[in-house]
Design a protein around this ligand. Sequence first.
Ligand SMILES: [Zn+2]
Ligand SMILES: [Zn+2]
Length: 244
Amino acid sequence: MHVTFLGTGSAMPTGERFQTGILVQNDGRQLLIDCGSGVLHRLQQSGVGYENISTVLLTHHHLDHVADLLPLMKARWLAGEEHLEVVGPQGTKGLLDDLLNVHEYMQGKIDLQVREVVPGEFTVAGFDVSAYETRHSLPCLAYRFDDRFVFSGDSEAFAGLANFAEGAAILAHDCSFPDDVDVSNHPTPETLGRELAGREIGRVYLTHLYPHTDSRHEEMLESIGRQYDGDVRFAEDLKTISIE
Ligand SMILES: [Zn+2]
Ligand SMILES: [Zn+2]
């Protein structure tokens, strides 16, 4: 399995990190998780291209996770790829209906299938996925791909999510801010380290990074490391990880 970070930023631009998007590939199958602003461009830069993405799995409906959905749809339509499946938490059908009501000319242009999922197991684009409800300001799902990859979506750090991630080769976890930012709905390095303490996880990548984290990576890693002694790194746009 290959996991490529297309966007490791958040709702506030850094100039280097685009909004959330992660590409999961295995045996010729591809799945895009989230489609924030800039992800369509990163897809092209990754060499995969929007033509090859026919399924998008959404963690939740904040703009920084869905902003490029209609641009993706339009690009696919122009390229003659007239099918797209969008899978996401409850309300995803309403979201797509509303977006297409705003951009009416896109209605009926492509064969759009929308599927809503709840915490538990399901299959998407040929991948067996488990979903777990996170702690965020909108309903949000974390996703797990067997013992290989877990993506937290947007979430505070908490024991339930750490349990959900335990045993995975790779965990990509929201780590939006450094410790001195007073934040709810997202973790800080301190809270993330506390919840990951003692867990068996192959490697953790920090993502969903606000500009506040720029030039503070070292202290953030130190903060996590005070309680969690595993391998923790910062995700970067267009970085690909191979997972056995
Ligand atoms: Zn969010
Ligand atoms: Zn977000």
